[in-house]
Ligand binder design. Structure first.
Ligand code: HEM
Length: 298
């Protein structure tokens, strides 16, 4: 089987960097730089033992299509969702660089190395540094990741396209959420648990998960089988400025993302995810992360 990009399958380390870029100049120079990312990472890892730096590079639909490598059949652009108070924008992007490591400084260092020779060919649309918070909690203070596929086999099964021209590749969904923590913290613990659908101290699923809770919206079964995605989200931000969750996930099919988003934003049955009363998406995009072999062949 084709090789998945190194970041996708291992569990996320404590520090991440999510960079969404727009191509503004020489596409060829940009693609060549993308092809060099994994050797840049190897170099840094050999100089910095224990860094566990890993990367994945993914492309937005228009940019990918321009490379004339064909397109996975279901590859679509992110469409805006919701209405009224609860909406999600589609903000696009040509290239996504996703880094993960045990050190914040090395994520920064790698991005500088990556950008410096191609600075005139890209514009950075969003550069967000994520960090593991407490015992893997989101800033709502609920554990995030409990139901994420755990074993390598399960993660492979969920994240990677199995066969055909795009085998070893993966679809990526990204949304940056800004939390309203003062509003969230006005709820008592029982009310917060009803919004999430799990208990706060130990992340146990409630006996009666409310249909409009977050878990009630995204734990979807089709023909008796649960829809799964591999999440790599981490909290980000500053206390005095924006903060929240950088949501990012990988999947062998875009269908699972769409089904979850439509359920969260009221498109499926009119019910909206109650968590969205306390957090707002400010970015939204889909990307495709080709296998290492396909990336090298672009
Ligand atoms: C579960 C937080 C956005 C998909 C969870 C859980 C929390 C959480 C606390 C329960 C623990 C766990 O299983 O990880 C958040 C926050 C979000 C957010 C704070 C935004 C600010 C999203 C989005 C999606 C999503 C946008 C997908 C479109 C899932 C899935 C689960 C989950 C699939 C596991 C459900 C299950 O099988 O029980 N999330 N989430 N989440 N979330 Fe989110």
């Amino acid at each position: 089987m084709a090789t998945a990009q190194p970041l996708i399958l291992p569990e996320a380390g404590p520090f991440a960097l999510y960079v969404v870029m727009k191509a503004t100049g020489d596409t060829k120079a940009l693609v060549e730089r993308c092809q060099q990312v994994h050797s840049l990472v190897d170099e840094i890892n050999s100089q910095q033992p224990g860094a566990e730096l890993r990367a994945s590079i993914a492309f937005g639909k228009a940019f990918w299509t321009s490379l004339e490598k064909g397109s996975p059949a279901e590859f679509e652009d992110f469409a805006p969702l919701g209405e009224g108070e609860v909406t999600a924008p589609a903000t696009g992007g040509d290239v996504l660089l996703h880094l993960n490591s045990s050190r914040h400084d090395l994520n920064f260092y790698l991005l500088r190395q990556f950008i410096s020779p191609i600075a005139e060919h890209v514009e950075v649309l969003d550069e967000t540094y994520g960090f593991k918070y407490l015992d893997s909690r989101d800033m709502t203070d609920f554990v995030d990741g409990t139901e994420n596929p755990k074993t390598l086999e399960a993660r492979q099964d969920v994240a990677l396209i199995k066969e055909g021209d795009f085998a070893g590749g993966s679809f990526v969904m990204l949304q940056r959420f800004v939390h309203n923590l003062p509003a969230w913290n006005r709820l008592n613990i029982q009310a917060q648990e009803k919004v999430v659908g799990r208990t706060k101290p130990d992340s146990i699923e409630l006996e009666d998960v409310p249909a409009a809770s977050h878990v009630g919206r995204v734990d979807i079964k089709e023909e008796g089988k649960g829809l799964k995605i591999v999440r790599h989200s981490l909290p980000y931000g500053s206390v005095s400025g924006d903060h929240g969750l950088l949501f990012i996930a990988y999947c062998h099919t875009q269908h699972n993302f769409r089904a979850m988003l439509e359920s969260m934003y009221g498109h499926t049955d009119g019910k909206t995810d109650q968590l969205l009363r306390f957090t707002t998406a400010v970015t939204g995009a889909y990307f495709f992360a080709p296998s290492v072999e396909m990336l090298n062949s672009l």
